[in-house]
Design a protein around this ligand. Structure first.
Ligand code: NAP
Length: 313
C-alpha cells in the first residue's frame, strides 16, 4: 500500500472500530513537569493520537491539558485517539479494570481508544510500581500468566472502557501466543522501532494478522548512536529539504507502522507534525541501512528504560 499523506494517515484497527492515526505524540516527555504544555502544543499543531501510561506518572497532567483542549473546543473527544497502558504491578486479573479506571480518572476520560499491556513481565501485585528485593532485584509475580491478564484486558473492552486492546514490549513469539489463545486479537503492538531496529519479523507478523505495529523511539530517542545524525538520513534530508526527524517519521509510517514521537520543545513538536511523503526509492534505501542498535532495555526484564528514576520506590 502506498501512503501519500503520512501526516494524516490512519491505519485500520482489526476490530472494525475505526482507525489509529499513524502519527502519534508520546507523553513520556524528557521533563515530566512539561507534560501539560507539551501535550497542549502537540494537539494544537495537529497531533490527534496521544500515548500515555500509568507508569509515566503524569496522566493527571495529560488530563489537565485534555480538559483545557476539550473545553476550549480546540479538539473534540471523538477526534482524539488516546492510549494508556497497564503497568507490571497490575497484571493480576482482578487488578486490571481498577487500574484502567484509575487511569481514566487521572486522564478525565470515560474511556480510552486503546489499552495496552505495557510489558509482558508481571511484578509483585500491589501499589508499588517498582517492587524490589532488599538486594535490588525486581520482585516478579509467578502467580499470573500473560494469558490470564489478557482475558481481563478483553473484559475492559466488553465493559466499554477501551475500544481496543494490545501489547507492548513483546516479541514475535509472545505476540503469537496471545493471537493463538486470546478471544480478542491484539489490535496494536507497541515496540521500539526505527531504521537501526526495524523489527522486520514482528512487522511481518503484524501485517499478516492485521495488527498495527506502533513504533516508539522513531528518532532513536535522540541517543547515541544518533540516528538523527546518520549520514544517509542526513543526505536524504538535505536532498528532500526535510529535517532528519521528518524523514524518520515519514519512513516509519510509509513502511506501514504507526509512530510515536515526543518532545518538550514547541518548534520540534511543530516540525514533527509537519511531515511529507518520501519517494519510494528513499524508503527502500533507508530499509537497507545495516546499523543495528536497540536503545531501550525494557524488553529484557520489564524495567522501564527511558524513565526518570522514580522517587521513593
Ligand atoms: N511502550 C514502551 O515501553 C515505551 C517506551 C518508550 C517510549 N514509549 C512511548 O513512545 C514515545 C516516544 O518515544 P521517544 O521519546 O523515544 O521518541 P523519540 O521521538 O525517538 O525521542 C524523543 C527525543 O528526541 C528529541 N526530539 C524530538 N523531536 C526532535 C526533532 N525534531 N529534532 C531533534 N530532536 C528531537 C526529544 O528532545 P526534546 O524533548 O528535548 O525536544 C527527545 O529527547 C514516548 O513518549 C512514549 O509515549 C513507549
Amino acid at each position: 500500500m502506498t501512503i501519500d499523506d503520512p501526516r494524516h494517515h490512519g491505519f485500520a484497527l482489526n476490530n472494525g472500530d475505526g482507525e489509529i492515526p499513524a502519527l502519534g505524540f508520546g507523553t513520556l516527555v524528557s521533563d515530566s513537569r512539561k507534560t501539560r504544555k507539551a501535550t497542549t502544543a502537540a494537539v494544537e499543531v495537529g497531533f490527534r493520537h496521544l500515548d500515555c501510561a500509568e507508569r509515566y506518572r503524569n496522566e493527571a497532567e495529560v488530563g489537565a491539558a485534555l480538559k483545557d483542549l476539550l473545553t476550549s473546543g480546540t479538539v473534540r473527544r471523538e477526534d482524539l485517539f488516546v492510549t494508556t497502558k497497564l503497568w507490571n504491578n497490575n497484571h493480576r486479573p482482578e487488578r486490571v479494570k481498577p487500574a484502567l479506571e484509575a487511569s481514566l480518572r487521572r486522564l478525565g476520560l470515560d474511556s480510552v481508544d486503546l489499552y495496552l499491556v505495557h510489558t509482558p513481565f508481571a511484578f509483585k501485585p500491589g501499589d508499588d510500581q517498582d517492587p524490589r528485593h532488599p538486594h535490588g532485584a525486581i520482585v516478579y509475580d509467578d502467580g499470573v500468566t500473560l494469558e490470564e491478564t489478557w482475558a481481563a484486558m478483553e473484559g475492559v473492552v466488553d465493559d466499554g472502557l477501551s475500544r481496543a486492546i494490545g501489547l507492548s514490549d513483546i516479541d514475535v513469539e509472545g505476540t503469537r501466543e496471545i493471537i493463538d489463545t486470546g478471544r480478542i486479537k491484539p489490535a496494536v503492538v507497541e515496540v521500539e522501532s526505527h531504521p537501526y531496529h526495524p523489527q522486520w519479523g514482528l512487522h511481518q507478523l503484524c501485517q499478516t494478522e492485521g495488527i498495527v505495529l506502533l513504533a516508539f523511539a522513531p528518532l532513536g530517542h535522540a541517543l547515541q548512536p544518533r540516528l538523527l545524525d546518520d549520514p544517509l538520513i542526513m543526505e536524504v534530508s538535505e536532498q528532500l529539504r526535510q529535517t532528519p526527524a521528518q524523514v524518520l517519521l515519514a519512513w516509519g509510517i510509509q513502511r506501514g507502522t504507526a509512530v510515536l514521537t515526543s518532545s518538550v520543545t514547541p518548534a520540534r513538536i511543530a516540525e514533527n507534525a509537519d511531515i511529507d511523503a518520501l519517494p519510494e526509492d528513499v524508503i527502500r534505501t533507508i530499509n537497507e541501512l545495516e546499523t543495528r542498535h536497540r536503545f531501550n532495555s525494557v524488553v529484557d526484564a520489564g524495567e522501564p528504560g527511558f524513565l526518570e528514576v522514580p522517587q521513593g520506590s
